[in-house]
Design a protein around this ligand. Sequence first.
Ligand SMILES: Cc1ncc(COP(=O)(O)O)c(C=O)c1O
Length: 455
Amino acid sequence: MNKLNTEFEKKTPTSKRLMEDAKKVMPGGVTANIKSFDPYPVVMKKGSGAYLTDVDDNQYIDYLLSYGSLMLGHGHPNIIQAIQEQLENNGTFLFGTPHALEVEMGKRIQKYYPSMEMIRYTNSGTEATLLAIRMAYAYTEKYKIAKFEGHYHGGYNQVLISVNPPVAEAGSSDAPKAIVESKGVEPSQVENTIILPFNNLDACADILKKNQHEIAAVMLEPVQAGFIPGEEEFMKGLREITEDLGILLIFDEVKTGFRMGIGGAQSLYHIKPDITTLGKVIGGGFPIGIIGGKKEIMMVSAPLTASDVFDQSTSGKSSAKDVLFHSGTYNGHPTILSVGMAVLDVLEQEMDQVLSRTEQLKEGILQLFATRGISMQTIGVGSIFNIVITEKKHVHNYRDLQQCNFSLRKEIDFHLLAEGIYTKPLNRYSLSTAHGQKEIDYTLEAFERVLFKKM
Ligand SMILES: Cc1ncc(COP(=O)(O)O)c(C=O)c1O
């Protein structure tokens, strides 16, 4: 056991015990692989505003915010009120029929994301990107997608490819190889996913031209992993190339939506993707995904002319295969849409403050590292950033990121955990409306203690 773990384990004995128990119930003790870290993850028991409290009663300022979802922090009173009102007014949790809020919320989304001319609701970001791919296949009648090395779109077969590949195995930076990231992925999925290098327009153009007749869509995180922005020229070029080649452009804004600004990355870049996926923030901590795009594309899922898979009658309509089937018992869940409305109400008032506090924190951290003589950058746009310890002037993509000093960053992160600053080691920092001046000041003091006294 190294020194770092001793400090961590001294503060978190109950987490250690509970995680040992958890391993008897769930593989690895977790129900999402991403929540696991060595020596064991911290087990939390309470959240309030910007704070989390663990099972040993340690308090933390939360910068993970459930992987960016909780943009209003923990337990925001407006969200609690929205839930109570929805339950009281509607008298049920779920209608199992269309309801008015689906349209009301849809119109509000379209105000901020005009490219989403028609929308559908799903229950997670994963489901939204999965549906985006099927929409692209259905519309173009081509059956491959191109995605970028280092970009994450959810935990299913076709996109669990080249998210975090070993560089030594991943081929040249101009033509990255497709590397499987999980057991159980069928080889055919690898063949159907073409990998592109982020922020390298010439290389992307070559790959896309070569595979033009097979690629239905390019899907990307417009800001890689929520913090490495696509360069403006690159993004504009990618839009033009995909348009010219008859390939759809999918912006996966599950992370960036409502966080780069209310209108997401597309409003910053002034780019209209063909399809957009949203999730996380708009659910305020509850499961949701939204997919939307050009009307002519989205209409492939309209059950207007074809019967659906479960339709036994031969109602004069053509068969199920003529329409893209999309369903889900909980799609457009009224409680979650009420929460989403409350989230938008608060963000409309407080977004600017979150953005300026994020800048203040980034600047403060940057200065502390500079004074300590450690080369690093606080890379990010909007209300998310990451601390990247590197001598490099520019970090453009996955390959650049692999050259940064992860072990020093991890050491700092464990010291920060002991100081009451929470993010999963090596993860991003996301801010919320609950992160006020007091929390920013405390965080910078904690960084100062770690950088100047503990290291
Ligand atoms: C860009 C992106 N797409 C999709 C997903 C998957 O969303 P979910 O975890 O809600 O299924 C995530 C989750 O982190 C994401 O960051």
